[in-house]
Design a protein around this ligand. Sequence first.
Ligand code: DNO
Length: 393
Amino acid sequence: MKQCWRWFGPEDPIELRDLHQVGVQGIVTSLHNFAPGEIWDRQSIQHRQSLLKSEGYTWDVVESLPVSEAIKTQSADMIAHITAYKTSLRALAAQGIEVICYNFMPILDWTRTSLRARQSHGGAAMMFDLVKFAVFDLHILERRDAASEYSEVVIAKAKAHFDQMTTDEKAMLQHNITAGLPGANDHWSITDVQELLHSYADITAERLQANLIDFLSEITPLAQDLGLRLCCHPDDPPFALLGLPRVMSNTNDYEKVLSAVDLSANGATLCTGSLGVAAVFDGPEFVKQHGPRIHFAHLRNTKRIAGTDPQKPDFYEAPHLEGDTDMVGTVRALMAEQSRRKTEGRGDWQIPMRPDHGQELLSDLGGHSTPGYPLIGRMRGLAELRGIIAACT
Ligand code: DNO
């Protein structure tokens, strides 16, 4: 596997040149200055590539080329945004970049309620806590009908929790959920979220899935012709939030969407951290089922903790080898998939991976690292994953 690293561009506090010491082989990045729906021009892509090249790296994966809300809801700007998406794909292909990650989560991208929860070893980890999420939904966003989606226990706990929160804690919770975690497509205010929720009023899970398939039917033939590999990132966490449907949460969802547009350019990002929150997730089995179409891997682990709803478990981001996901088995399966591709003579046999997220450890601590993307924590993750890769080679 190609051992990649997510770098957020010149704004990233981590210097590219330091990544050679971490053992990084390739870069995952995006042009975060373009809003979803805008065209990525060739010159801007080239500029990012030359930055990477000056430090001895290549741009291996685009994460993400964001899909706008207009495309997800099929509203007014959809056609213009799809046209822009296609133009960006052409520009990326012309610059020799082949792997394009995106997601189809309504409004919120990845979502956590705490960004720096202290761990017993002294470091910090990100967490999702359903009661805290309900505090946001019921008492900060004050979404209509929200109460019908939580159990009485969650509602009571959320009320008790909200009543003892300080103003700063409330602002922090709101910020964590709506301001967009690093790499998220969008950054919203509470009013934005309230307005956007209206645009999803008639969008059921079936409809959202159909919209995803329509989008892919539009762009995948072009991607295939251009030699690109699109890879849809799963929902994180893999369950509905704010009453909005989420349609890429498990292996069956991938089965439906990959087979609906049955071209190799329509592929998956296997994110063990997102999918692995669900108790039914089986990493090696996912690779067995979708292996030929996995174009990118995010290797991360989560640990479920006793929560209030087994369908929407609380979890924290565990060290890469210590959570609920069978990381060794999953990496072994990915390595086997690579060998299978080699035998088939596939040019894209090597699967780019990145150590996804990391706990904040040692000099990461102190509030200066990018949430989820600290240097030492990810270096530890990559080192552990590299060990598995070496042992499986
Ligand atoms: C979180 C990331 C996500 C991911 C997008 C892909 O750390 O994995 O933000 O980049 O969902 O489109």
